[in-house]
Design a protein around this ligand. Structure first.
Ligand SMILES: *Cc1c(COP(=O)(O)O)cnc(C)c1O
Length: 338
């Protein structure tokens, strides 16, 4: 019997979402209701001045049937950071984590078995109807939590990615590196589309002036049998929860973790010459192997150009925790019951 073709990532939604509004400096009650089109005024702040932030986390169904959110506290804290950077109202920890739990609980039967998961997408937008508010924060806002049953990000199994290296343009502006906001994605889009068309790559690694930052939507790591190397946290890139989790598990497994103040393109090219692996980390892609870098017309294989052994080891270590297959030593998973 053939398997049904899974829907592309992020195109299918579970039926129920949580919403809350913010007006006159106060939040409304949280409501659970059907996923349906929103009603926003055509003059809404978000539609003109880009006041939109989001998060992305997953709830995983274990072999034991229990559905567990992965590190929701980290995602809540990051959404608060995004809200501050966008001058949107900061949702309180209890409010936002309560909305995430309630939405997952309401859609629990929609959480697929591994390698699928229930992807959780909290969104915060400025809704004030005022096109004169270009230089002012929105005075009203909408917060909602949508969920999407997703399959494996890589249909047809893990495959090594091709990345183009961009050495001129940054991924985003310095003040928005740590913000999870749509503006950053649309900013990276032109460069990424061009590289896809011209070079047949999957993604672009942004390394302005040789300073290796990240790709459009994932953090960048170097791995070999002994070490995991990545850029130390600074304000230029998004602080991935997956990045943090992989570094923690790598240390647990005896790898030396080297977070460098400055990770240069020369460091990466030297790593490649020594046969080292590279990978991208993010909630959607977990830990995705990089097979090839395309830089200045050169094709540079990372590792043996295939799915690296250390990449696979760390990816499996992370998914085992997420699925409740091994003891959760860092208290990262949070069970959700209906
Ligand atoms: C969401 C995101 C990541 C990955 O973060 P995770 O918390 O690991 O999912 C990395 N870079 C950018 C730009 C992102 O938006």
């Amino acid at each position: 019997m053939s398997q049904p073709t899974p829907s592309p990532f992020g195109t299918q939604f579970a039926a129920t979402m949580a919403t809350a509004t913010w007006d006159d400096g106060a939040w409304s009650e949280v409501q659970l209701g059907p996923v349906a089109p929103l009603s926003v005024h055509p003059a809404a702040h978000v539609l003109h001045y880009g006041s939109a932030g989001f998060e992305g986390l997953k709830a995983h169904r274990g072999d034991d049937g229990i559905v567990r959110l992965f590190r929701p506290d980290r995602h809540v804290a990051r959404m608060q950071r995004t809200a501050r950077l966008l001058h949107l109202p900061e949702p309180g920890i209890d409010r936002l984590s309560g909305m995430i739990h309630a939405t997952v609980a309401a859609n629990l039967t929609e959480a697929p078995a591994p390698p699928g998961a229930l992807y959780v997408r909290p969104v915060l937008i400025g809704t004030e109807a005022n096109i004169g508010a270009a230089a002012a924060p929105a005075r009203s806002a909408l917060l909602y939590v949508l969920t999407s049953p997703v399959g494996d990000y890589f249909t047809g199994g893990l495959r090594p990615l091709r990345l183009a290296v961009e050495t001129t343009l940054p991924r985003t502006t310095p003040q928005f590196g740590e913000a999870k906001t749509g503006a950053n994605y649309v900013m990276a889009l032109g460069v990424t589309l061009h590289a896809k068309q011209e070079l047949g790559v999957d993604q672009v690694l942004f390394a302005p002036d040789g300073d290796v930052q990240e790709t459009g939507a994932a953090n960048f790591l170097l791995l070999d049998d002994d070490r995991v190397v990545t850029k130390a946290l600074d304000s230029s890139f998004l602080h991935g929860v997956t990045r943090d989790s992989i570094l923690t598990l790598a240390a647990d497994l005896g790898y030396e973790v080297d977070e460098r103040q400055h990770l240069s393109l020369d460091d990466v090219l030297a790593w490649a010459r020594n046969g080292g692996e590279a990978a991208l980390s993010g909630t959607a892609a977990v830990l995705a192997p990089v097979g090839t870098l395309v830089h200045d017309g050169d094709e540079i294989p990372m590792g043996d150009g295939e799915v690296g052994k250390n990449t696979r080891t760390l990816r499996d270590a992370l998914t085992a925790v997420q699925r409740g297959q091994v003891p959760d030593q860092h208290a990262w998973t949070v069970p959700v019951t209906a």
